[in-house]
Design a binder for this molecule. Structure first.
Ligand SMILES: Nc1nc2c(ncn2[C@@H]2O[C@H](COP(=O)(O)OP(=O)(O)O)[C@@H](O)[C@H]2O)c(=O)[nH]1
Ligand SMILES: [Mg+2]
Length: 195
């Protein structure tokens, strides 16, 4: 969180985390396509041709005023590939909230678990736990005919009651439900801290 008192802006950072190809960039593309252009910046993607995310994607959206401040939400994605450890940590630093995009594909159970553990250990390295900041879990690719049962995902990730949303990000389904819930929790937490 960063408040620019001169511009009366409340800057918040939300990071889309998860295994490679789970649909993080697709979430941002859908948000970009549907938010009024007056209320968003450009979608900035740093990527190469051979894999879709080299470093991160970035999108800024603006909301109506909260306590006299204009919230600017900065959305980032992390690269999912295991070898981008340092990039992931850098992008995650300072996050006010996290959307964990899980891949419902049959063969991605282990990749989800590894990425979830990875998120936990990075937060730990910032002296945070998964319960200290809002973490919302999105079960994406629910359209796949052999999608992993959500109960199995819940159990494997040991979510213990963390809020979850089903999504088909490709079709925009569940994308805004996830975002709204995340922003709602982030703003609530920030308001509590400002009091
Ligand atoms: N079947 C299916 N595919 C999806 C869905 N969302 C994204 N994808 C596809 O999954 C692939 C990886 O998506 P991308 O957003 O680049 O993943 P990222 O690596 O997490 O950023 C792309 O081919 C997307 O079109 C979905 O809801 N269902
Ligand atoms: Mg990506």
């Amino acid at each position: 969180m960063f408040i620019n008192w001169q511009l009366r802006e409340l800057n918040l950072k939300i990071v889309y985390y998860g295994p490679a190809l789970s649909g993080k960039t697709t979430n941002l593309e859908q948000i970009y396509a549907k938010v009024n252009p007056k209320r968003r910046g450009e979608l900035v993607s740093l990527k190469t041709q051979e894999d879709r995310t080299l470093y991160f994607d970035f999108l800024q959206i603006e909301l109506g005023k909260i306590s006299g401040l204009t919230p600017k939400i900065h959305l980032y994605t992390v690269p999912g590939q295991t070898y981008y450890e340092a990039s992931r940590k850098l992008v995650l630093r300072g996050a006010d909230g996290v959307v964990f995009v899980a891949d419902s594909a049959r063969d991605q159970l282990r990749a989800n678990v590894v990425s979830w553990r990875n998120l936990n250990s990075h937060l730990k390295s910032f002296d945070l736990s998964i319960d200290d900041i809002p973490v919302i879990v999105q079960f994406n690719k629910r359209d796949l005919p052999n999608a992993l049962p959500t109960q199995l995902l819940q159990k494997s990730l040991r979510l213990n009651g963390k809020p979850t949303f089903n999504a088909v990000a490709m079709d925009g389904k569940g994308v805004f439900d996830t975002l709204k819930a995340t922003i709602g929790r982030v703003v609530k937490r920030v308001q509590k801290e400002m009091r």
